[in-house]
Structure formats: structure tokens, C-alpha cells
Design a protein around this ligand. Structure first.
Ligand code: PGA
Length: 262
């Protein structure tokens, strides 16, 4: 894993955006995997700036989002479709019909999940997946105990996730109890991953995920099985890591040899 640590959330977000930009320049029809939540907002703001001020184009990009609340329509202000439109897609030159978010209103959930996996495959597979980590160690909505081989499916949200996300809803009872999420196995098949983590609150779970044993109780720990993961952190999020000196050394070494070291 590459672990890139920056002083602030803003610097960390810009660094991650620079990686997206680089991949996009190498492949203008990139297939991007996207995430919601507070964490990627800085990255999305910077991508919008790169589009508006530096002409970075998303015209040929296709996207797949990780997850969606089950039972929320795309027009619901807390749906992840609404989040993606308002925080990213509406501000880019992306073709909306090339953006996919799981359908929280799917009547036949199983058929929908199979079709979502099939759509990912037909696109040629996800080139670059953006991830955050939940307070309980989840990626997507793969709550503790999710099989490391899991695929896109309906899941019940963990109590901790419901509490974490209650801040976005008028009342805790309004937080949906279910979601459709790509599985851990689905995520492990992407070609490259960006994991974004900021803030002291996530320091402990992040350290367990990347420096602890792989366990289905922390689905982010499965990323240790992936060959190309860049972890972008601000200093508070990095504060529980044991190997910071090595990560900094490795980043310096990258600069010297002019290539990424995973
Ligand atoms: P957050 O959520 O970015 O809002 O902290 C992260 C997650 O649950 O994956």
C-alpha cells in the first residue's frame, strides 16, 4: 500500500485529486468507482475546480457508486444519487447517463444486484475506485462480518452506521435500515483503489484496517489483499499508525525514482 500523509484535509484531498487527474489523462474513458459521505467531498471539490479552471474533462468517464440506501428514491435529498448529482456530477461535463448509483427503489433487489455487477463487467471493469472507511471499518456498506468474497447485495445497516449517519437526517428513526452495496469481493476486483481517511476519530479504525490482521470484522482490512491501493490521510487520521516513518520514507523514494511504489 502507498500511504500518503498530508497536514490538512485540504492538502490530502488535493493529493488524491492529482492521482485521479493523472489516471484520467492516461485514460480519458476511465471507469471510476465513487463513494459518498463527508470524506470525499474535498476530493470532489478539487475535481470540480480542475474541470472548471484547468479543463479536466469527464466527458467520456463512466462511474459506478458503491452503495445506496434501500427505500430512498433518487430525488430524496439524503439519497446517494442526489448526493452525487449535487456534489459532483452537476458541476462536471460528465454525461449523466454514464453515471450509475444502485437503485434504492429496485423492486427485485436480487435481479438488480446481478445486473449491477453485470454492468460493471460490461464497462470493462472499474479502473479506479474511491473509498472512505466507516467508523465500524466498513467500505461501501459492508458492515462488520461481511464476507470478504461478498458481491453487490442488500444489507442491513449496523447500529453504529445508523448513529454515524443520523446527522444527515431530521431524526435517527429516518435513517434507512437497509442498503444496496457493492461487496468486498466486488471492490477487490477493481484495478486500483484510493482510500481517503481524515480526522482523529478514524485514526484507530484506520490503523487496525491497514496495519492489523485481515478480518471480516473490519471490511477495509481486505484492502491488504489488493495490489494497488493509495491511502490518503491527514495527520490526525494517521496518528495511530506505527509505520509513519516508513511511509514518509517510501514517498520520498518515489520522488527520487519518479514512480509510484505500492
Ligand atoms: P464519512 O463516511 O466519510 O461520512 O465519515 C465514511 C463511510 O461510511 O464510508
Amino acid at each position: 500500500m502507498r500511504v500518503i500523509i498530508r497536514k490538512t484535509y485540504e492538502e490530502m484531498s488535493k493529493e488524491a485529486a492529482a492521482l485521479v487527474k493523472k489516471r484520467l489523462q492516461q485514460k480519458p474513458n476511465l471507469v471510476l468507482g465513487l463513494a459518498t459521505g463527508s470524506t470525499p467531498l474535498g476530493l470532489y471539490r478539487e475535481l470540480i475546480r480542475l474541470h472548471q479552471e484547468e479543463n479536466l474533462s469527464f466527458k467520456n468517464v463512466r462511474t459506478f457508486n458503491l452503495d445506496e440506501y434501500y427505500g430512498l428514491a433518487p430525488t430524496h435529498q439524503q439519497s446517494y444519487r442526489y448526493f452525487m448529482d449535487t456534489n459532483l456530477f452537476n458541476h462536471l461535463d460528465i454525461d449523466k447517463k454514464n453515471t450509475r448509483v444502485p437503485d434504492g427503489m429496485a423492486a427485485d433487489v436480487e435481479a438488480f444486484c446481478l445486473a449491477y455487477e453485470e454492468a460493471i463487467r460490461r464497462s470493462g471493469g472499474i479502473d479506479l475506485q474511491v473509498l472512505g472507511i466507516g467508523g465500524d471499518g466498513h467500505i461501501g456498506f459492508n458492515e462488520p462480518g461481511s464476507s470478504l468474497a461478498s458481491r453487490t447485495r442488500l444489507v442491513a445497516l449496523d447500529e453504529q452506521t445508523i448513529n454515524d449517519n443520523a446527522r444527515f437526517f431530521a431524526r435517527k428513526e429516518d435513517v434507512p435500515r437497509f442498503a444496496i452495496t457493492m461487496g468486498v469481493g466486488t471492490v477487490l476486483e477493481v484495478r486500483e483503489i484510493i482510500l481517503l481517511v481524515n480526522g482523529a476519530k478514524k485514526a484507530e479504525i484506520l490503523a487496525r484496517a491497514i496495519e492489523g490482521p485481515v478480518t471480516s470484522l473490519i471490511s477495509a482490512s481486505a484492502l491488504q489483499f489488493h495490489q494497488r491501493v493509495s491511502v490518503f490521510l491527514d495527520e490526525p487520521a494517521a496518528s495511530a499508525l506505527k509505520r509513519v516513518a516508513y511511509y514518509r520514507f517510501s514517498e520520498e523514494a518515489e520522488k527520487k525514482i519518479g514512480r509510484e511504489i505500492f
